[in-house]
Ligand binder design. Sequence first.
Ligand code: GBH
Length: 463
Amino acid sequence: TPVGAPRAIPELAENFTWGVATSAYQIEGATDADGRTPSIWDTFCRVPGAVVNADNGDTACDHYRLMPEDVKLIAGLGVDSYRFSLAWPRIQPGGKGPVNAKGIAFYDRLVDTLLEHGITPWATLYHWDLPQELEDAGGWPERDTAYRFAEYAELTYRALGDRVVNWTTLNEPWCSAMLGYHEGIHAPGRKNFSDALHAVHHLLLGHGLAAQRMRAAAAEADNELSLGIVLNLGHGSPASDDERDREAARRSDALGTRLYLDALVHGRYPEDLLAELPAHGVELPVQDGDLATIAQPLDLLGVNYYTSHQFAGTDEEGATTDERGLPVVRMVPFGLPRTAMDWEIVPSGLTRLLLRLHREYGVPLVITENGAAFDDRVAEDGAVPDADRVGYLASHLAAVAEARAQGADVRGYFAWSLFDNFEWAEGYEKRFGIVRVDYDTQKRTVKDSGAWYRDTVRLTRGG
Ligand code: GBH
């Protein structure tokens, strides 16, 4: 397949931020440098069978050491913004106590280097690397973790808020709670639905408490602050008009989308979900005032989009309940091409999602992650002709343009990811980068998709 020639995307020409994204544990390495303590991912990587090839983040892209080079590389891509996350166990080892000067110094240098290169920093406070000590004390299912997070957020904001305007609190609390505490396929690897729902509430509470403290610190220092949260979202639909399929789509939407957004924006948990939780033997540990705390004003909602699903309320044999007696919610493939993660490629779902979020929640939107893993081939000259990734990015940018044309308030797009990196339970096998990383030499090579992205940004900007 020939690589699509880059062209301008007129709908994205104005008032639009272009960026690339990473997260701390996925790229930094240097996990025991300068006072950093273990996170739940350092621990989880050592559990036999937890991560493909028993990979871990000890070295990753060695970004902790190569940061100055890496910032030059970002600048070379011609993007205006860089989204990264801050490692809590570097900044506040053990998850409590004073700031670790050497730990925060790394982010100080990163921010300064970005600004020197004219790149706007977008900081995410939590991208899944909970200090292990806090997990040992109960982790996110414990209410105290929310207070610990708010304290960490304020300390970090006070250190960097004079130069960093754009902040998000949590990356994808659904993943932290559901993959980490219910499915057990992410750190800390627990498998308990009730724990997971308690984690959801305390993650959201932590977000709200952090937002309050950061806003207060910003006002005190007279800083400009744009504050948001990042959710992983898709557009869910019923596989047919059948009432059972519509019910399945509703259930999935309640647990995947409205549980978060209704609380964050409207200050309430969805009634239909609350009504069903007792059947699962679960109760949300809500105390008086919590929902008001959670529903802090948001300057933006970060949307991580990878795929969309359609749902059926019956299993392959037509049964409507599973072995535990719970209603079936089954994903039905569209029959579309898939990425190396086996996720279907559904750009139209992004347009529909953005329009729905705009209509129902009215918060300014930013695509904080979008991208794909493919089995990249390296040519003899070292080039990476990743036409499939170019196709993925092009079709999703067109979907964002379409949503904007139809009135959705979308303010930016960050490609996931700047680099091939530690893809969590998939280890290093799955490559999402628009820049290839050779893990033996740490050599970075801009893939065809990286060059395409650079040219698309430039042409769209009229350069
Ligand atoms: C993001 O999470 C993370 O923020 C990032 O760190 C990570 O590297 C990146 O994505 C790539 O994985 O039902 O099988 O079709 C992604 C969260 C949740 C997205 C599950 C895809 C549907 C998978 N993912 N979702 S499937």
